[in-house]
Design a protein around this ligand. Structure first.
Ligand SMILES: Cc1cc2nc3c(=O)[nH]c(=O)nc-3n(C[C@H](O)[C@H](O)[C@H](O)COP(=O)(O)O)c2cc1C
Length: 363
């Protein structure tokens, strides 16, 4: 049994640069780019401050790979070469801060904002709730090509890698949905058919990018038609496959027990760290707000932690946690002035105060 790593240990991956420590920035939608998906200055500032704040790997927000996939105002885009100059500037800025960079690539599917896209949303199935229509098989094949094109664009822009957003009920997770994805083509119905698109993306991105390009995948267990048995089985498959450099499990609360009583008795994190992962690295996100909890995650057997809300509160969460075993985030709610000083621009503040309860103080 190898020694448990500590937060300051570097992390080597199968491909690409070593991460200088075990604390990384989770992908965070922030509404700070332009309506056409080109990079905004506030998005640049927000992310480069995090790279300067000691995060070994700085991941962008979810960036949509087709115009129809936009789920948020001011969402960073990766669907056109017109996005390349901004993506290049962003990658360079992250690297100048000392971090490894990753672009999270995404499509919102049935959760796309039709008012923003001006198009009817698409999904794996005809969705009565949102009015989204089912993708044809040819459109799924085009979607795969557009995810691959976005990954190539990221590489061209200088990013060290991409992460596929397969979590939180967006389009890739909609394919995984065992309750709703009853497609009769090869992308729906059986478990194998529902996860097929992920393996096509992994193979396609590997074939289209260089040997040092880092490829990660984000999954989330529970909700959105994803059960614990399928979630752990899929995690096991992608971990054993070897073509991913890392799997990022978005758990929302690492030490919560699964809802499924058959999985009770052990926290979520333990169900995934127990899987056989070979050289594929495993990270987790979910309520890691202090050094002690980050350490507890490594002690529970994962390779790295991803910090979301803690990194909004402190641009230098990573540096502080590495320096101070007693470090703990400031109590919420926090003032707008605090968040502004930590590099959140007006659009991000508006998003956070309208969507995330008890985060920003009413003033
Ligand atoms: C404001 C906000 C925006 C988020 N945007 C994304 C996103 O673009 N992509 C994604 O995979 N997860 C997103 N998440 C989830 C976070 O990456 C993270 O997994 C989650 O917040 C749990 O970690 P935390 O407890 O450290 O915040 C978002 C979370 C928040 C609070």
């Amino acid at each position: 049994m190898p020694n448990t790593p500590v937060l300051s240990d570097p992390l080597s991956l199968t491909r690409g640069p070593t991460w200088s420590n075990r604390i990384t920035l989770a992908p965070l939608t922030n509404w700070q780019s332009h309506p056409d998906g080109t990079l905004g200055d506030d998005e640049y500032r927000w992310l480069t401050m995090r790279a300067q704040g000691g995060f070994s790997m700085t991941m962008t927000c979810a960036a949509h790979v087709q115009a129809s996939g936009q789920g948020f105002p001011g969402q960073l885009g990766a669907w056109s070469d017109a996005h390349l100059p901004g993506l290049t500037r962003l990658a360079q800025g992250i690297h100048a801060g000392g971090g490894v960079s990753s672009l999270q690539i995404q499509h919102s599917g049935r959760r796309a904002d039709q008012a923003l896209t001006g198009q009817r949303a698409v999904a794996p199935w005809d969705d009565a709730e949102t009015g989204a229509r089912a993708l044809t098989t040819a459109e799924v094949e085009q979607l795969v090509q557009d995810f691959i094109a976005a990954a190539r664009r990221a590489e061209q822009a200088g990013f060290h890698g991409v992460e596929l957003h397969g979590a939180h009920g967006y389009l890739l997770a909609q394919f995984l949905d065992g309750e709703n994805n009853r497609r009769s083509d090869r992308y729906g119905g059986s478990f194998e058919n529902r996860y097929r698109i992920l393996f096509e993306l992994i193979a396609g991105i590997r074939a289209a990018t260089g040997p040092n390009f880092q490829l990660g995948l984000r999954l989330s267990p529970e909700r959105f038609g994803i059960t614990m048995p399928e979630s752990t089985a899929l995690a096991q498959l992608v971990l054993a496959d070897g073509r991913l450099d890392y799997l990022d499990m978005s758990l929302w609360d690492c030490f919560k027990e699964p809802l499924d009583p058959a999985y009770a008795g052990k926290p979520l994190i333990a169900h995934f760290s127990a899987l056989d992962r070979g050289a594929t690295r495993l990270g987790v996100a979910g309520k890691i707000m202090d050094t002690a909890t980050a350490n507890r995650c490594l002690d529970s057997g994962v390779d790295f932690v991803m910090i979301g809300r803690g990194a909004m509160l402190h641009h230098d969460f990573a540096r502080r946690a590495l320096a101070d075993p007693a470090f703990c985030c400031i109590e919420r709610p926090v003032s707008r002035a605090h968040l502004q000083a930590e590099g959140l621009g007006p659009a991000f503040l508006q998003y956070v105060s309208s969507t995330w309860p008890r985060f920003v103080a009413d003033e």
